[in-house]
Every structure is written in C-alpha cells, then in structure tokens.
Write a protein that binds this ligand. Structure first.
Ligand SMILES: Nc1nc2c(ncn2[C@@H]2O[C@H](COP(=O)(O)OP(=O)(O)O)[C@@H](O)[C@H]2O)c(=O)[nH]1
Ligand SMILES: [Mg+2]
Length: 326
C-alpha cells in the first residue's frame, strides 16, 4: 500500500502485489507471472510493461551450442559457481517431436547440480519460432524485475532464431566439444560471431586442445580488435573449468561496463525487439487474413487459376492496408 497525494492509502494494483511477492522470493507467484507473460494478449502486455519498469539490474548470460554439447550440465554448474542467492535458469526448448523428451532430461540433469536456490523454467517454441524472439526477452525481464540474478538462458544454437535469442544476452557463451569439424559447424551456424566466450566442453575426451587450436585459428581470422573471446576448457560433468568459466563471465561483465558496451548492446537489443514485435504482430494479421473468408476465397481463385498469386496477394494487402481517406 502506498499513500496517494492526499495521504490516503490506495489499494495497490494486483500486478504490483504479484511482483512484490515475486521479489520477496515467492516462486509460485513468479511462475504465475511468467505464465501470464507467455500466454499473450492483454495480461501479457501488462506484465511485460510492469516488468520493463523494474528490470535492468540482472546479469543475463546466454549459453548456446549444438544439442548434446553439455549446455545444461554447464548451466547447472555455473549457477553453483556463481554463488548468487537468487539465480535463474531459462531453458529454451525447440519442442520438435525429436527433442520433446529433452526438457525433462535437462531438468533432472540440472537438478542434480543446481543449488536449491535456482529458479528453473523451461520454455517451448510453440507455434513459429519467431514468437520466441519476443517471449524470451519478456520472460528474462520478469525474472529480472523479480530480483533474479544472474539469469542464464540456455538455447540450442541451431537455427537463426535460436542463435539470435542466445545473442540477446549481455554475455553469450558458445559451447563446442572436441571432435573433427565441431568448431567448423559452430562457425557455419553463425555462432562464432555472437560468442563472447567459448567453452570446449568434454575436455576429458581426446583432442580438446585440438578443438581449442581450431577455434583460435578461426578467431584470428575474424578478430577486428576490441574484446577477444577467450576459450575455456571444461569437463562439466566433473565441474572442472567451471570456476574459470565464471571468472571469464565476470571479466566480460566488467568489460561491458567499463567500455560502455553494455549500454550500446542493450540499446541495440531494445531496437531489435521493437522490430521483432511489429513483425510478429504483422505475421499474426497475415495468418488471420489468410484464414478469413476473404483469404480463403482468394486462395480458391488461385487454385482455379482465376487469379495469379501476385494479384491475390495484392487483393489481400489492400484489405490489410485500406487506403487512407484524404
Ligand atoms: N564425457 C563428458 N560428458 C559430458 C560432459 N558434459 C556433459 N556431458 C554429457 O553429455 C550429455 C549431454 O549433456 P547436456 O548437458 O544435456 O547437453 P545439452 O544438450 O547441450 O544441454 C549428457 O549425457 C552429459 O552427461 C563432459 O564434460 N564430459
Ligand atoms: Mg540442454
């Protein structure tokens, strides 16, 4: 309750109260806020807005790489190494039938490492992957506004969208494993460009040093001054190298602050998010239009070759953007 101008006690916005409870460490309430943010519509917009006003304090670390490289194991260990009182993990699962079982597997693996203080949340792709570009920043913001820190976002770095989500962190950690071509694959997936820190995990396997050398060579080619991504060797299952990794994350955090890069990065991200949101909304409108009576009628005429695809598109576009009255 806060006094208003005339000194009377006003009843608080229920959303205020939910955030207050989440800040106080109420996990169920935090889970509820995240669910509201995920569901979309007006409640999501309100949660997002409220979270936006309370966010900006947490360190956000993205952990990405190919499936099976050890991201979940590393994430769980990192949380322990950070020694923070309110860490959070956001595990993004591209919920294809192939990886459907992965969420649970990850949970169990993480649970065995993670101190009980960590708040863990899985998010599935649902619908088109583009939605994640908006849903993830919202979820991070809710966790941030609820006082979680650090927030570690684990994503499979396979598609363009996933890579860009991982890169939407303050610090992006790219995980590779020893083995011929792994560094090359990471390069192809666009992971080299977004990496602030590299991890060669499974260093208990042969040729971890070879993998590091491959990465060094590729980094040499692409380096244009400024921060050079360090390479850390880890054996996550044994917790080896995790302390070094956390130290590098802290060093990068300090670099972001000292160089002014943190402000620039966050500014760029906000701009990108505006575009992502507009794009998502337009895509929804297009979907609705296609499924509307008018859309279906136009498609039928295209089927019967009464309309060219271009003419049909123009017809529907005119409906989306009706001419403005003069
Ligand atoms: N040998 C070895 N196995 C590891 C290491 N780290 C993780 N793993 C194993 O690799 C598999 C995939 O790990 P997981 O963390 O789920 O990978 P993710 O798919 O990238 O999240 C699991 O069986 C882990 O136990 C490591 O450092 N060495
Ligand atoms: Mg995983």
């Amino acid at each position: 309750m806060s006094p208003n101008r005339s000194g009377e006690l006003m009843s608080c916005d229920p959303l205020d109260e939910l955030f207050e409870a989440a800040r106080g460490g109420n996990r169920r309430t935090l889970g509820k806020l995240l669910t509201m943010a995920e569901k979309g519509g007006e409640p999501a917009a309100m949660v997002s807005e409220q979270a936006y006003r309370g966010a900006g304090q947490a360190r956000v670390v993205g952990v990405t790489g190919a499936p099976g490289t050890g991201k979940s194991t590393i994430t769980g260990q990192l949380v322990a190494a950070a020694g923070a009182s309110r860490p959070a993990i956001l595990a993004i699962d591209p919920s294809s039938p192939l990886t459907g079982g992965a969420i649970l597997g990850d949970r169990i693996r993480m649970d065995s490492h993670v101190s009980s203080s960590a708040f863990i949340r899985s998010m599935a792709t649902r619908g088109h992957a583009g939605g994640l570009a908006v849903a993830v920043p919202d979820a991070v913001r809710v966790l941030d506004a609820a006082g979680c820190d650090p927030i570690i976002v684990e994503t499979v770095g396979v598609g363009q969208v996933e890579v860009s989500i991982a890169a939407a962190a303050d610090t992006t950690v790219v995980v590779v494993t020893p083995g011929w071509g792994d560094a090359v694959q990471a390069n192809k997936a666009g992971l080299l460009e977004v990496a602030d820190i590299f991890v060669v995990n499974k260093a208990d396997r042969p040729d971890a040093r070879g993998a590091r050398r491959d990465l060094e060579l590729m980094l040499d080619l692409g380096h244009r001054g400024g921060w050079r991504a360090p390479i850390v060797l880890t054996t996550a299952t044994e917790g080896e190298g995790i302390g070094d990794l956390w130290a590098e994350i802290e060093r990068h955090t300090a670099h972001l602050h000292d160089s002014g890069e943190l402000v620039r990065r966050r500014c760029r991200r906000r701009r990108e998010e505006v575009a992502d949101r507009v794009e998502l909304s337009l895509r929804d409108q297009v979907d609705q239009m296609i499924h509307s009576e008018l859309g279906q009628a136009a498609l039928n005429r295209v089927d019967h070759q009464e309309l060219s695809p271009a003419a049909a598109a123009e017809l529907l576009l005119a409906e989306l953007n009706p001419p403005q009255p003069l």
